[in-house]
Each structure stands twice: as structure tokens, then as C-alpha cells.
Design a protein around this ligand. Structure first.
Ligand SMILES: Cc1cc2nc3c(=O)[nH]c(=O)nc-3n(C[C@H](O)[C@H](O)[C@H](O)COP(=O)(O)OP(=O)(O)OC[C@H]3O[C@@H](n4cnc5c(N)ncnc54)[C@H](O)[C@@H]3O)c2cc1C
Length: 246
């Protein structure tokens, strides 16, 4: 969304969402140039062209036997999906991320545009400004961090902090990551990865990830906490909260 967020704030990434939003300001409009023809094959502009991997190399066998996820790839599909989400203006205006149902299966509670954004099928700026167009046509709308536009700000907050923090992708050498003496247990890890923990909610989500390549945000929290904090710790935490706050 933003090209210069890292240059502001003295070159240091803002470490809270609110300070990121205040620093980043309003994202620029998307670049809308149209190209009538593609550059000739072989003209890579000096970049090395990597070969397209074969399906077998990606771990797929006989495609007729494979489960095909419901999300088709490509820009046309991305734009269609975005327009379908945004045509329900009331839904967009009232969007509050924490209130979405992570178990909504046939019609997910969020846009499922993250794979399209990740693979460059959809411009984050274009999506952001289309949301703003919807906001202009509604009387009121929710605000960041829970609003739909606020979700794209989370995305850029993540990229800004990860770009500006050495070793952000790992614990070691990462100054803003809590240092934890992890226990290694390959068997339990594989059970978690393959949806064989015996906890139906956790297993269902991991199977959804394996089959669809996507899961709801709150489902990601569930499986991530289950892996890193353990269900027992979470249960104790929930009971403690009930005792403290009820
Ligand atoms: C443990 C964990 C792992 C995650 N892993 C990824 C990941 O690998 N890739 C990824 O794109 N997002 C990740 N997220 C963030 C978020 O869960 C997904 O972006 C979101 O669920 C994608 O679904 P959607 O497109 O329907 O989101 P929507 O709610 O429709 O949001 C629209 C877009 O905003 C962005 N967005 C929304 N929430 C976040 C967030 N919290 N942080 C950053 N960007 C956000 C995404 O690009 C998303 O497509 C993770 C969150 C958690 C808790």
C-alpha cells in the first residue's frame, strides 16, 4: 500500500498498529497503466527467469485424484471475488473482524482475498481505494483496526515491521521476539500439522488448510496458540479470566 512508511519514523518501523497508521498516512492511488502487449518471451529485463515448477515437484500426484480447492487463481477471479464482496455495501460498512465466525464454511466470514494479494493477482492499493469508494456511499462505517480497510493496514503494518527488523522471520537474533526455550517433539508437531491431535476444532482447521490452502483469521489464532502455548495453558488462562472478570 505505502511506498515510504519505512523512511518515516527515523527509519525505524513503528511497533504498534496505531503508530503505524499515524505514520503511514493515506495510501497513494494504484498505478492504473494499461499495457496493450506483453514484452517478448525471453526479454526478462536483466532478471533470471526461473522455470515454472512441474505439478509433481509441488507434491501433487494424479490430478484427477486430488481435491481441487474452491478458490481459482488469477487476476480475473481476484477482481470478481473482490467485486462480489464489495457489492454488499452494508456488509462492508459494518465489517468488524473480531465478530466474524471462523467456522463459517460454505460462505467464509471474510473476503478470502489474501491468496490473490499474496500472488499479485490483486493490487492492495486498488482494493483499499475500492473500499473507500464504498465508504463514501454509506452513512457510517467501522474504523481500523476492525474495519475491512483496517485489515489491509494490518497487512502493511506486518510488511513494514518485517522489512525493518533484522531476522524478523525467526526467533534467534530477532530483537522484538520473546526468547522461548522450545521443547522439540517431532511426533506431536506432525500430529498437529496433519490434523491428528484428537481435538476436533484444531484438526478441522488444519485439514481445511491442507485442502483449501486458507483458513479464517481467528482459526489461525486457534491453531497457532494450540501449537505454541498448548491447550492446557489456554484452558487455565480462560478459567483465570472468568475468576478475575466475572
Ligand atoms: C497465526 C496467523 C498466521 C497468519 N498467516 C498469514 C499469512 O501467511 N498470510 C497472510 O496474508 N495473512 C496471514 N495472517 C493474517 C490473516 O489471518 C489473513 O490475512 C486473513 O485471515 C486472510 O483472509 P481474508 O483474505 O479473508 O481476510 P480479510 O479479513 O478479508 O482481510 C482483507 C485482507 O487484509 C489482509 N489482512 C487481514 N488480516 C490481516 C492480519 N491480521 N495481518 C496481516 N494482514 C491481514 C489480508 O491481505 C487480507 O486478504 C495470519 C494471522 C495469524 C493469526
Amino acid at each position: 500500500l505505502f511506498s515510504s512508511a519505512n523512511l518515516k519514523n527515523g527509519g525505524r518501523p513503528p511497533l504498534t498498529y496505531q503508530s503505524f497508521v499515524a505514520t503511514a498516512g493515506e495510501p497513494p492511488k494504484p498505478v492504473m497503466e494499461k499495457y496493450s502487449e506483453l514484452p517478448p518471451i525471453g526479454d526478462t529485463g536483466g532478471y533470471e527467469l526461473l522455470p515454472v515448477p512441474k505439478l509433481e515437484e509441488l507434491g501433487y500426484g494424479d490430478l484427477s485424484q486430488e481435491y481441487i480447492p474452491p478458490f481459482r487463481g488469477g487476476e480475473t477471479e481476484a477482481l470478481k471475488r473482490m467485486r462480489e464482496s464489495l457489492q454488499d455495501k452494508e456488509w462492508v460498512a459494518k465489517f468488524e473482524k473480531p465478530k466474524g465466525d471462523p467456522s463459517a464454511f460454505l460462505k467464509p466470514a471474510t473476503t478470502v482475498l489474501s491468496p490473490y494479494l499474496k500472488f499479485g493477482c490483486l493490487s492492495a492499493r486498488y482494493f483499499y481505494h475500492c473500499i473507500q469508494d464504498v465508504y463514501r456511499s454509506t452513512k457510517t462505517h467501522t474504523k481500523p483496526p476492525v474495519s475491512l480497510a483496517g485489515q489491509l493496514l494490518w497487512r502493511d503494518f506486518f510488511y513494514t515491521v518485517s522489512f525493518g527488523t533484522p531476522n524478523f522471520h525467526q526467533m534467534e537474533g530477532n530483537k522484538i521476539c520473546k526468547q522461548i526455550p522450545w521443547r522439540e517433539n517431532g511426533e506431536l508437531f506432525v500430529a498437529w500439522r496433519d490434523g491428528r491431535t484428537g481435538y476436533p476444532w484444531i484438526d478441522a482447521i488444519m485439514i481445511q488448510l491442507r485442502k483449501w490452502g486458507w483458513m479464517h483469521h481467528l482459526a489461525r489464532h486457534s491453531v497457532a496458540c494450540f501449537l505454541t502455548r498448548g491447550d492446557l495453558v489456554c484452558m487455565i488462562y480462560t478459567i483465570a479470566r472468568c475468576i478475575l472478570f466475572v
